[in-house]
Design a protein around this ligand. Sequence first.
Ligand code: GCB
Length: 612
Amino acid sequence: MKRAMVGSSSLLGFLLVVSLLVVPSSGQANASSTSSSVNSPLIANVTGRTAISLDGTWNTIVDPYETGMGSRFYENAKAKTKSDLVEYDFDRSPKLRVPGDWNTQRDSLLFYEGVIWYQRYFSYPKRAHIRTFLYFGAANYRARVWLNGNKLGEHEGGFTPFDFEVTDKIGDGENSVVVEVDNSRRADGVPGLHTDWWNYGGLTREVQLVEVPETFIESYAVHLGKNGSQIEGWVQFNGPRQKNEVTVEIPEIHLKRATLVDPAGRAVFGFPAKVELWSPENPKLYRVIISGEDDRVSDEIGFRTIEVRGTQILVNGKPLFLRGICMHEEAPFRSGRAFSAEDDGTLLRWAKELGANFVRLAHYPHNEEMIRLADRMGLLVWEEVPVYWDIDWQNPATLENAKAQLRDVIARDQNRAAVALWSMSNETPISPERTAFLKTLADYARQLDSTRLITSAMNRVEHAGDVRTFNDPLGESLDVLGLNEYIGWYEGRPEDADRAQWKFAQEKPAIISEFGGSAQYGLHADAETRFSEEYQANLFQHQLAMLQRIPELAGMSPWVLMDFRSPRRFLPGIQDYFNRKGLISDRGQRKQAFYVLQKFYQEKQPLGAAGP
Ligand code: GCB
């Protein structure tokens, strides 16, 4: 037993058993193998680590008949004599950029769903006492990875990060990495066979080699305790040996505390601290430095509380109406999967211009930088896993897959003050199996992160004349109810909203997580004409007037910030495979409805449950 030091002078009251032996962490590390054979711990905050980027151009082979496995493409073989038969050659194959979806890099790949093999060489200076991980920001949808012909593992799920430890497999000097990426839709996948967004395939986010010491900080959570006066959290080490202490430092408030690490490499801490709170109006971030004996990680972290009281959402103890907008991770101007700081910045600046304090990042985890930027810009975030429409509710492997995606996005973003809500699903048809599946997910999310609110976007409504009752049994398992409704687009006329009265089966905060209608930018007609800007603007007017009459309302996120590609939108000259419900066109032009919502967000406050 031993006492750890608090700051430089006082003593910390934590007494923990100390051991010099630390086993690799269990929780996250081993759980990573549930739906995929990824056995490496998922390293948190890769941007704060020493890393070598493998972004750039990769050699690629389009393999529609999935010949590559049988032909052992992963060996990257070369004919050694003139009579050797090798029927592929990465070196002479066309290239694709990484990060990037393949669909928008080559015309012939726009609709492609299947396998593409990626290969590149890199040189690496191997050093003693350094552990190396090959880290992928995301690969849609399934990836199998080999280094120098040795299989590292595979991963399923198109929007979450994964890594493989390559310390023993990486060579000093030249190496070759091969990745088979398959974006075939699967009935047992998450999402399943049908989505209303483009199935962008490829290595869609960054690829890097991350270097850490032998015993390193695998993951950590640092947040404001529920009472608002204490900074709490945990640090998880991974490696053979660890000094008995970890230090958490917030230089700006002269805070430096040491905490003991338990034999499993975990330290749990909590100490009083007075911090300036993070909020949408004041997105204050502090530099937080976590140091063990050999490793040190620095992060920018905001401190705030979020909770519900009756039908209100409270941020830092005060009711806040979420003035939101939904968005896809779709690149402005060029169309395709967004991945760069420039793409993210444009989208979030548009949300700010609209007057939003909240974004619903539909329908899957967006790139990590998007969340970090929201943190810096003061935008609360709804993050979602792609449990979308119908999936294989009765399949245990599908549930494990959804849980793995949830676990990994929480592991990646749990230190972002911006993240207010974890969403389990979108518009899932009600059945006992579905409700049980989503309840399991909601319980799991709470177990992993008790500091945020759990929600889902639902759409079951019971009609009795003009009274609409939102009633989904899943609501029992949630903190906040998300409701998608399309009065005036899929249902009736925009004016029907004037008579609609809303009731909610559960007394909980409700967010209208979607409403909207399509308009082609520049198409002008009267407000009766579908796809005209006037129709969409009129629909927004009626919707907003209706939403103002719902006292339970805690927020809204209309559908959607920008037009996005969708394989189910066929109308020539209008849709052309784009969902046109954007308030901004895919070329960045603001439609009339943009200004209707902007005016509403600027003028009408406070709203709904956050009102007086
Ligand atoms: C919805 C879905 C969203 C679609 C949207 C639409 O209810 O949640 O993914 O894109 O409607 O435009 O139909």
